[in-house]
Design a protein around this ligand. Structure first.
Ligand code: 13P
Length: 244
């Protein structure tokens, strides 16, 4: 269960969140918990999570080790904060910041080389779904951003399916729609990396996951976890999602 805070909260607000959140998930060992705050809060989040089983992740990662890349943050910088995960290829990065399948692949490889767990996002836009292209888009994103990994690398990634039309809109994909998309992705994994990899890979669903809909989404055997935006900003609400 991963929380993507997007561009919300200061370091002080991050510490306050953890003070409330930690006790609420202390016994929640049925799943991995990851919180992905903005870069500037990673160190505060890692300090506040120390001694708990909560992991901290970045929301992006540079593909280069260092150099003249204004505005980018490298794997070593992320690791130095104590973070262990990185979201890659979120639809907001694709939509507003020119992220492509090719750069998703490069960032994923950089994260893997540094020993960080990539949470690689895929998902179709509304017009793509309405044109009947959902499957083609997912396959294209998989082929460009994920399929070129080696089997060994693939075994370490987490995939998140986030239909763009369901993000921040209050429109959740029905559990059946989400499961259909997960099946498409898992079939691609099976074809490229084999049955064992397809059975083992965790595919998270993201898009308006809330305490009151998480249970029916998670009831789908295809859905292995959630990537939560808005509802992860409040400690009580995210804890009730974790403890669904
Ligand atoms: P919301 O849960 O706010 O719809 O955001 C989903 C998301 O984009 C998580 O990465």
């Amino acid at each position: 269960m991963a929380g993507n805070w997007k561009m919300y909260k200061t370091p002080a607000e991050t510490t306050q969140f953890f003070e409330k959140f930690r006790p609420l998930v202390e016994k929640s060992e049925h799943c991995e918990i990851v919180i992905c705050p903005p870069f500037t809060n990673l160190a505060a989040a890692s300090a506040a999570a120390q001694g708990s089983h909560i992991h901290v992740g970045a929301q992006n990662i540079a593909w280069a080790k260092e150099g003249a890349f204004t505005g980018e943050i490298s794997d070593a910088m992320i690791r130095a904060t104590g973070a262990t995960h990185a979201i890659i290829g979120h639809s907001e990065r694709r939509q507003y910041f020119g992220e492509t399948d090719e750069t998703v692949l490069k960032r994923t490889q950089a994260a893997l080389e540094a020993g960080l767990t990539p949470i690689v996002c895929v998902g179709e836009r509304l017009e793509e779904r309405e044109a009947g292209n959902t499957e083609a888009v997912l396959i294209r994103q998989f082929q460009g951003g994920i399929a070129p990994l080696t089997g060994q690398q693939f075994a370490k990634i987490v995939i998140a399916y986030e239909p763009v039309w369901a993000i921040g809109t209050g429109k959740t994909a029905t559990p059946e729609i989400a499961a259909d998309a997960h099946r498409v992705i898992r079939a691609q994994v099976r074809e490229k990396f084999g049955k064992e990899a397809a059975d083992a890979v965790r595919i998270l669903y993201g898009g308006s996951v809330k305490p009151d809909n998480v249970k029916t989404l998670m009831a789908q055997p295809e859905i292995d976890g959630s990537l939560v935006g808005g509802a992860s900003l409040d400690p009580v609400s995210f804890a009730s999602i974790v403890n669904f």
